[in-house]
Design a protein around this ligand. Structure first.
Ligand code: AP5
Ligand code: ZN
Length: 209
């Protein structure tokens, strides 16, 4: 099964992709996590504005297509079934993706903009095991400490309100047209992303079966 999960920053793509991958025994392919593991990679030879992916990410801008396309192509070539999260983020990436693979389900998680800002500014992540929490909506058992591994939780550098608003602007400009592209092709299924994580997961499992 090849699932594409689309949605604005904070829609719950990461949260739900992990659960879908576990439920259906799929690979979770996420450009955000892949790029965070390669924040310091030297891309200066590619004639890009910044020298590393991390500089784009911390500014809330898109990392150049050349870098991201290569990551996805490699990840998909070794994945049987997958949930793809964070890609494509512009029309050029959507065209690349159509050359790389076919899709069984394209799902768009919709969430109101102010709710997205609350979710992202309140997110806390574990630097050791990658678990994700929210100070109000999904708090850890002990304040500031990961339930899974006991490490101290951190805030992502791009989760400040200013950068979150820039990410939302970049989303509207570059990624909203991708959603429209799949809608026009007649393959897009929209799922309300505003319930509890369990409710959203239930809706998702209904549409990808
Ligand atoms: P990326 O890591 O992909 O960030 P994003 O798309 O902005 O998405 P997020 O991870 O912030 O949100 P999410 O939808 O996964 O939500 P989550 O489940 O965590 O990308 C980061 C950067 O990398 C980009 O800005 C760009 O620079 C670069 N990049 C990545 N891909 C790229 C590409 N293809 N091309 C170019 N550049 C690229 O949930 C958020 C919070 O809400 C959590 O705290 C969670 O606990 C909480 N939450 C989740 N679900 C619910 C719910 N139902 N109710 C209440 N709270 C909830
Ligand atoms: Zn942890």
């Amino acid at each position: 099964m090849h699932i594409l999960l689309l949605g604005p920053p904070g829609a719950g793509k990461g949260t739900q992709s992990k659960r879908l991958a576990a439920e259906f025994d799929l690979e979770h392919v996420t450009t955000g996590d892949a790029l965070r593991s390669n924040k310091e990679m030297d891309i200066s030879g590619m004639d890009t504005e910044y020298d590393t992916p991390g500089e784009y990410m911390d500014a809330g801008e898109l990392v150049p297509d050349e870098v991201v396309n290569a990551i996805v192509e490699e990840a998909l070539s070794s994945a049987d079934g997958y949930v793809l999260d964070g890609y494509p983020r512009n029309i050029e990436q959507a065209e690349e993706l159509s050359e790389m693979t076919d899709l069984d389900a394209v799902v768009y998680l919709s969430v109101d903009t102010e709710e997205l800002v609350d979710r992202l500014t309140g997110r806390r992540v574990c630097p050791d095991c990658g678990a994700s929490y929210h100070v109000e909506f999904e708090p850890p058992d002990e304040d500031g400490v990961c339930d899974e591994c006991g490490a101290e939780l951190e805030q992502r550098e791009d989760d400040t309100e200013e950068t979150v608003r820039e990410r939302l602007r970049v989303y509207e400009e570059n990624t909203a047209p991708v959603v429209e592209h799949y809608r026009e092709e007649g393959v897009l299924v929209e799922v309300d992303g505003e319930g509890t994580p369990d409710e959203v997961f239930e809706s998702l499992t209904d549409v990808v079966q």
